[in-house]
Design a protein around this ligand. Structure first.
Ligand code: SF4
Ligand code: SF4
Length: 462
């Protein structure tokens, strides 16, 4: 409590509950499509198998990520870094180009809240009915409606938590673990945690996550300029606002086209009034555009009193879509995405390294042959088995012997003892030899393995 707060009064303002009104229209349809596509991917992907593995699985204990048929190993960490850079740059690019497109249509908070609000509407009715129900004393009908909502919310949140863990533990095993009550403690914890976070964020916190918790809402304005696409109320057309009969002459009545119906405020999920100007709470969901267009249609005024526009366009200046920052972000994005894709699709699914046996220099064998011993650390990163073979560079007189055939099953990691034998006459001291290791059944899988071969130094007798 602050020093000068009136006694007994808290300085914390209770957030008023927002009852967004249901809206239909072009952008509402677009948001429903986004919800179906994004949540469809989220809930279905773990159940799809590609090449014998789950389509998307982050197998942390095995330290392997399976993504659409590709297997990523800890050595592929660079791709994770590139993915994060791409995500960051995409956010910059699309924000500069089209404002908070992400917030309004693709952010998980928006998408899950949309489903929770949908459930609320099915069980308790639209805005007016929900307000009435919340004000009404507890009755059989209220208990039934609230229980139905809670049941659906909790079931959906639990399914969400289960699916989330299914991206880290094979989902079919997880499913049987749930049925047999044999889940591990971490799986149980994360399932409950993620389910609870979904329930709390989408069911209760909703717009407060966007207003107070999301860092993007704070810094996105730094990426805006006067040519960025924003959702705005056209004051010039709308003001002076006020009620009127349909068909009256606006000039005579001294009115703009806003009939002050407040529907744009009622549909707003963050409870703001777009007519007061651009506000950081606006998540650009375009619900106010849809509802205002319907009002304009009814009043037979042109649509677009609230619309996607730019600050320049509102001031009757030319909007520049292609501006330096768009080119810079776009070019960087293009370079990073194309080089990542190229490197991912052209990477060799084989890792191999020859490590010298530190305890022995070399052995001299009969016939002036020098024998060096190594351990080959080899990883078959492919999802099918391969037999590998060493090939010596041209002109190198040597023999290679391995302690076992280099037959590796899919994703096998092995340590194999390797001997390289060279005649004493091949040289003196350290000889760097580039051996080629390749898969017998697939010539595209090949790797250069560097070997340091030690040969005795010969000294002339004085
Ligand atoms: S919905 Fe349109 S007409 Fe109604 S108050 Fe909002 S801006 Fe004015
Ligand atoms: S002001 Fe309009 S676009 Fe912004 S959050 Fe509210 S309804 Fe969505």
């Amino acid at each position: 409590m602050a020093k000068n707060a009136p006694e007994g009064e808290s300085l914390y303002r209770k957030e008023p509950k927002i009852y967004p009104r249901h809206v239909t229209g072009r952008f509402a349809r677009l948001r429903v499509v986004a919800v179906w596509v994004l949540l469809g991917l989220y809930y279905l992907l773990p159940w799809i198998n590609i090449g014998g593995n789950q389509a998307v699985l982050f197998d942390l204990p095995a330290r392997k990520f399976y993504i659409f048929g590709l297997t990523f190993w800890p050595q592929d960490f660079i791709y994770l870094a590139l993915l994060l850079i791409t995500a960051g740059l995409s956010l910059f690019f699309f924000t500069a180009l089209a404002g908070r497109l992400w917030c309004g249509f693709a952010c998980p908070q928006t998408v899950w809240t949309e489903v929770f609000v949908m459930i609320e509407r099915w069980t308790e009715g639209d805005r007016q009915k929900r307000i009435k129900l919340d004000k009404a004393p507890w009755s059989r009908e209220k208990i039934l409606k609230k229980s139905a909502k809670q049941f659906l919310w909790v079931t959906f949140a639990a399914w969400t938590g289960f699916t989330f863990v299914g991206f880290f533990t094979p989902i079919r095993e997880l499913g049987s673990g749930v049925i047999n009550l044999s889940l591990g403690p971490w799986e149980t914890f994360w399932m409950i945690f993620y389910g609870f976070a979904t329930y709390g964020n989408a069911g209760y916190l909703r717009e407060q996550v966007c207003k107070y918790m999301c860092p993007y809402a704070r810094f996105q304005s730094a990426m805006f300029d006067k040519d960025t696409l924003i959702i705005s109320y056209d004051k010039e057309r709308g003001e002076p606002r006020g009620g009127r009969k349909k068909g009256i002459d606006l000039k005579e009545a001294g009115l703009g086209t806003c009939i002050n119906c407040t529907l744009c405020v009622q549909v707003c999920p963050t409870g703001i009034d777009i007519r007061e100007g651009l506000q950081y709470e606006c998540i650009a969901c375009a619900a106010c555009i849809d509802v205002c267009d319907q009002v304009m249609d009814k009043m037979e005024y042109p649509r677009g009193l609230i619309r996607y526009t730019t600050e320049h366009a509102l001031k009757h200046k030319k909007t520049h879509v292609f501006r330096p920052r768009i080119f810079v972000y776009g070019a960087l994005l293009l370079v990073i995405v194309s080089s990542t894709l190229w490197s991912m699709t052209h990477r060799t699914p084989l890792r191999a390294e020859l490590i010298r046996d530190r305890n022995a220099l070399y052995r001299e064998l009969p016939g002036d042959i020098i024998d060096n011993v190594y351990t080959l650390k080899i990883t078959n990163m492919d999802s099918s088995a391969h037999t590998y073979r060493f090939v010596l560079p041209e002109g190198i007189d040597a023999e290679i012997e391995t302690s076992r055939p280099l037959d590796l099953s899919a994703e096998e990691v092995a340590g194999v003892s390797v001997r390289i034998r060279m005649p004493r006459s091949a040289g003196q001291g350290i000889q760097n030899v580039d051996l080629q290791l390749h898969a017998e059944d697939d010539p595209s899988i090949s790797k250069i393995v560097k070997a340091k071969v030690l040969l005795p130094l010969e000294f002339d007798n004085p």
